[in-house]
Each structure stands twice: as structure tokens, then as C-alpha cells.
Design a protein around this ligand. Structure first.
Ligand SMILES: Cc1ncc(COP(=O)(O)O)c(C=O)c1O
Length: 382
């Protein structure tokens, strides 16, 4: 930029939001030996423990070289049609993208101005406070959740906070991360009814399938004038690697975003995988049920070690470490040294403290490794 350039100097880029994924350091970030993946448990990210539906894997296997070298449908037209059919909404109310992260970064800067108010749960998925506060420069207010209440949002109190705060944007991750706690839809709809005219709500349903059938607000959002539901297909459809997601909402909110979605935003592998996945609801329902059983067993084993495991419904769980033992940072480092990657949740909200960890629910063998690693880390003392 020249010295007399009239354009304002862009703000320095804030540091990126912290995430799980440290296991790639052990695996090799240039993927030179992907076979090493068998030696690690990547429970610091919340990817599915199960494979995508057989129809997904078969389609990709059969046509892989062609899928790799072929331009996808420009605007994911077929995928959007399949999503609309599966969810009982109109195509005009669906916007597809390469992951919900892309939708979050596409929409929120256009929904919220610098200096405007945004209301978030505390704790919640870290990317929201990062993008809204540090990148956009919005005034971020937090609605504190309490350990004593099992991290459950009280819908009446949240509705009262919405009325008092009058945020330009309300973000609700439901079920919430890192807590795994679901706010039933009647409660959330009452909260959304408290939004003043002109405000918007962004409901992140990355894990909602784990709350059971009928829990999603997709159709509600499509019929609303101010609610957008964002649906990642990463975790519940086991598609994290290909990047597929969609938003459902009123045309008045989605149409202005469409112009900013580049052509071919969703790769062909992702479009094919997502369409085939949506065709096999029974296969996924069986995996989600298995996940609940695996979660119950893992929670029981961790409780037997003295951890306070939060009641929740998701493919991950939040646990508070005993006050006398190691901090979450120390425990996570000890587990990682043995190839078991967990998430220290200290940075996910002011209320988390230094003894809270989150683990993904994996298959039975990996869960046993998680339990053994935590047991050893606790035995090593503070
Ligand atoms: C609550 C929540 N929202 C959004 C995302 C982003 O998911 P993706 O970009 O893979 O769709 C994640 C990923 O962990 C998440 O936990």
C-alpha cells in the first residue's frame, strides 16, 4: 500500500483460535507416514469414531481418480436438493459450503458490524468469541453457564438476558461444546422468541443428531425471519476430512451471502460423499446409538477414576479433574506423550478453570486407551 493510499490500514491479524489437532504433529504434518495413525488416539478433535456409510466409501473408492480431477457442480445444486428433501425445507432456504467453519466466517462478518453487540454462552465453541470479538471487533457479551447446574442453560434466564442485552446477534451452540449439554427445542424456541426485531440468531447444530430425532430447528429457521441454523456434516456423518456443511434459514438472511460464496466451494469428493451419506439415515442412526453406549461406558470408567463427568448426549464428554491432582494442562501433556490427545478446556470460557478436560468418544479399544492414559497421568501426581 502506498503512503498516500486513502484506504484505512487493515488491523493486524489476530492470532488464530486454538483448536485440537495437535496429533498431526505426531503423525507428520506432511503426511509422510499416515500408517502411524494407528498408534495415536486423536480425542482432542471431535471427529466420528466410525466410518462414513458404506455407500459413501463405495462411491469414492469406485470413482476416486475421476472425482479428484473433475470440477464439481458449481453451486452444489444436487447436494442442496438432497438436503432440502431430507430436511423438509425448500432449496431456497439452504446454503451449502465446505464446512460450517466456512459458513461461520462467511456469515458473521456480514451479520454483525464492528462495535455491535453479540451474545454467546460461556463456555462455548471458541471460534465464535474469536471471530466476533477479535476479528470483527464486535462487543461480545457472555451468558455464564454454571458447573453447579450441570452446565445446563436455563432458558428463562437466557431469554431474560436476550431481552435485557438486545444483541444484534445471539449465538447458541446446541448441544453446546465443550459441555455436551443439549437445550431441548421448546426452551430454545422460547429464547429465540425473546429476540427483539432486527436481531438475528445463529444456532450451531453440529452435534444435534446426538440429541435424538426431531431436535433440530432447521424447519423452524427456514420459516423464521431471523434464525439461521448451521449444520456441519463433519462429526455426525463422519465427513470431517472432505469438508461439507450447510445453513438453513430465511432467504432474507441467506440470499445476501450467496454472492460471496465462490464457485466450486464444496469439493466433488465432499458433494458426492454428503449426498450418499444423506441417503443412508438408518446406518447413521445405528452408529449414533452405539456412540451413546460407548459414551456411557467411558463416562463410567472416568468416574471410577474420580473424574466428575458432565451429563450430556454428544460424541464427546467434559470432565472435571479431582482438585488435588494434576491440572488439565499437565494431564493433557502426559497423555499426549503416550499418543493420547485430549483437550484442555481452560481457554473455552471464563468459567472453565484449570482442571477441565474434554475427550471425544471413540471406539471401545481407543476409549480403553484414553482411560488408561488418564489413570497413569493421575497416578503421576500433581
Ligand atoms: C460447535 C462447532 N461448530 C462448528 C465446528 C466446525 O466444524 P466444520 O467446519 O468441520 O463443519 C465445530 C468443530 O469442531 C464445532 O465443534
Amino acid at each position: 500500500m502506498r503512503a498516500d493510499d486513502p484506504r484505512p490500514t487493515p488491523p493486524a491479524a489476530p492470532e488464530a483460535c486454538a483448536h485440537g489437532g495437535a496429533f498431526f504433529e505426531a503423525l507428520g504434518e506432511e503426511f509422510d507416514d499416515l500408517g502411524r495413525r494407528g498408534g495415536i488416539v486423536n480425542a482432542d478433535v471431535l471427529d466420528a469414531w466410525f466410518d462414513p456409510a458404506p455407500g459413501v466409501v463405495a462411491a469414492l473408492h469406485e470413482h476416486l481418480p475421476w472425482l479428484l480431477r473433475t470440477s464439481p457442480p458449481t453451486r452444489s445444486e444436487g447436494l442442496v436438493r438432497v438436503i432440502a428433501r431430507a430436511r423438509g425445507v425448500r432449496e431456497a432456504n439452504v446454503l451449502a459450503a465446505g464446512g460450517s467453519s466456512e459458513l461461520i466466517f462467511l456469515a458473521l462478518p456480514r451479520f454483525v458490524a464492528r462495535g455491535a453487540k453479540a451474545l454467546l454462552l460461556d463456555p462455548t465453541y471458541g471460534e465464535y468469541a474469536h471471530l466476533l470479538g477479535k476479528v470483527i471487533g464486535a462487543r461480545v457479551e457472555r451468558f455464564p453457564l454454571a458447573r453447579a447446574a450441570g452446565w445446563r442453560p436455563d432458558p428463562d434466564a437466557l431469554a431474560a438476558a436476550v431481552r435485557a442485552s438486545r444483541p444484534e446477534l445471539l449465538v447458541v451452540v446446541n448441544p453446546n461444546s465443550p459441555t455436551g449439554v443439549h437445550l431441548p427445542r421448546a426452551g430454545l424456541e422460547a429464547v429465540l422468541a425473546a429476540l427483539p426485531a432486527g436481531s438475528k440468531a445463529w444456532v450451531d447444530e453440529t452435534y444435534v443428531e446426538y440429541a435424538g430425532p426431531g431436535a433440530s430447528l432447521e424447519a423452524f429457521a427456514a420459516a423464521s425471519d431471523r434464525v439461521v441454523v448451521v449444520k456441519s456434516m463433519s462429526k455426525v456423518y463422519a465427513l470431517s476430512g472432505v469438508r461439507a456443511a450447510y445453513a438453513v434459514g430465511p432467504r432474507a438472511l441467506l440470499d445476501p451471502l450467496r454472492a460471496f460464496v465462490p464457485p466450486w466451494a464444496v469439493g466433488l469428493l465432499a458433494q458426492v460423499a454428503a449426498v450418499r451419506a444423506l441417503e443412508d439415515p438408518a446406518w447413521y442412526a445405528a452408529r449414533w446409538a452405539e456412540t451413546h453406549a460407548l459414551r456411557a461406558r467411558l463416562a463410567g470408567d472416568l468416574r471410577a477414576l474420580g473424574l466428575d463427568v458432565v451429563e450430556g448426549c454428544t460424541n464427546f464428554l467434559l470432565a472435571h479433574l479431582p482438585p488435588s491432582g494434576p491440572t488439565a494442562a499437565a494431564l493433557v501433556a502426559r497423555c499426549a506423550a503416550g499418543g493420547v490427545y485430549l483437550r484442555d478446556c481452560g481457554d473455552l470460557g471464563a468459567t472453565m478453570g484449570d482442571r477441565t478436560v474434554r475427550t471425544a468418544v471413540k471406539d471401545a479399544a481407543a476409549n480403553a486407551r484414553i482411560v488408561a492414559a488418564i489413570a497413569a497421568a493421575l497416578r503421576a501426581g500433581p
